[in-house]
Design a protein around this ligand. Sequence first.
Ligand code: LLP
Length: 431
Amino acid sequence: MLSSNLTIGENGHLYFGGHDTVELAKQYGTPLYVMDEVRIRENMRMYLDAFKTHFGEGSKPLYASKANSFKRIYEIAKEEGMGIDVVSSGEVYTAMKAGFDLGDAYFHSNNKTDEDIAFAIDNGIGYFVVDNREELDMIDQIAGQKGKKQAILLRLTPGVDPHTYEAIATGKVDSKFGTAIETGQAREMVRHTLTLPNIDLVGFHCHVGSQVFGEDIYERASEIMLKFMHECEQEFSVKFEKLDMGGGYGVRYLDGDGYVDIPEAIGRVAKHMKAYCEHLGMDMPKIFMEPGRSIVADAGLTLYTVGTIKKITGYKNYVSIDGGMTDNPRYALYEAKYTVYHANKPEAEKDLIADVVGRCCESGDIIQPNVALPEPKRGDILAVCTTGAYNYSMASNYNRVARPAMVMVTPETSYVAVRRESLEDIVRNDV
Ligand code: LLP
C-alpha cells in the first residue's frame, strides 16, 4: 500500500489508521476528511528528534499550518512541542483559540495588512517573518505605538531553484516572496532594519519551495544564507541568532514516487551547515524549519461516495463522487497526482479505467484522471490518499457546496475535529 497506515481488513475493506474506512463513511457521512492522529504525532516527533540530535538546544521545527489549519492540530503541535508558522489573522486566531502560545509562532505572508500586524502584536506574536520594506516600516511604527519592541526575521530569496512545479517554487530571485540577496536589496534591508527603534532583528528566513526531492537543495540554500549572515555580522558588528530554512520536503502521492528519509536529510544538512560555519569562522545559528506537507499529508485520506458512472462508448468513462474541487482543488490547480482506492474492495481486479470527477459545474473539476479501479457502483466508497495537506486548507464553497467534516482516528477511537458545514452555514453571512 502507499503508506504504512493503510491496510486491508479481514472483510477486504480498506483500513486507515486501524479503522475500516467503509464504516467511517457510514458513521460520519461523505465526503469526509479522515486524519490519523498517530501519524501526525509520529511525523512531528520525527522532526523534533532529528532537530534534537543534529541541531541541539534552541533549534526547533515549526509546523507550517497553512498545510492544514484547525484548532485540534494546534493543540497537537503544542502537546508535541512544535512551534508554528502562521500566515494570516485567521490562522493566528485559530491557534489562539486552541490555546497555542503565540510566543512560539512565526507570522509569514508577503503582504501583511496593518490590521494583521496590529492584531498579531496585540496577541503577543513571537516573530514576524518580514517580507519587504513597507511591511517592515509598518511593523516598526505599530510596535512603537504599542510601546513594544518586536522580534523579526527577514525573509530572503537565496536564488536556488528547487526543481518543483512553478506555482510552489518560491526561493528564486524573481519570486513574489522575500527580498533578493543577489541584487543587493537584502543587504540594504538589513542596514535599514538595524536603524529601526522598535525592531529586534534576530535572524533570517528562506523557503525554496514545496514538494522538494532534490538532494542538495537545502545544503546549497544554507550556504548562501550563512554566507550572507556572516557578511552582515561583520559589516554591521552584530550577531544574529536564528536561521529558518523554511519547509518543503516532498511526500509520496503515488506508489512510484520517491521518498525523502527526513531524519537522514536533516542530519546531512546539519553536518553541511556545521562544516560551512567552521569554514567561515562563524558560530552556528539556531536552526528552524517549517514542514507542512510532510507533517500532515500521509496522515490524511478523503472518503467519497460514488454517484453517477458514465461510460461514453468508444471514448472514456467517468466515476462521479459526492465531493470534488471544492474539497480538493489540487488536480484542478496543479494537475496533482493522487492514489485512489475502491474502499469496499481495494484488492479486487481493476477492470475499469475512469476519470474520478467531482460534482461542480465545471469540466476541470477532476480529482484524478485515468484511474484504474475495480468497477464501482453507486453507493460504493472511494478513498483518495495523501490528502492531509493542502486539501481542507484550500477548500471552498464553490457552487455553494458545504465543506466536509474532518474526523480524527486514534487506535482506540474516532472523533470529529471539524464539523460538516450545514446549509445554514452556507447562508450565515448573507444579509
Ligand atoms: N514555509 C513557507 C514560508 C511556505 O511558504 C511553505 C509553503 C511552507 C513553509 C511549508 O511547505 P511544505 O513543507 O508544506 O512543503 N498549495 C500548494 C503548496 C503551497 C505551499 C506554500 N508554502 C500545494 O497544494 O501543493
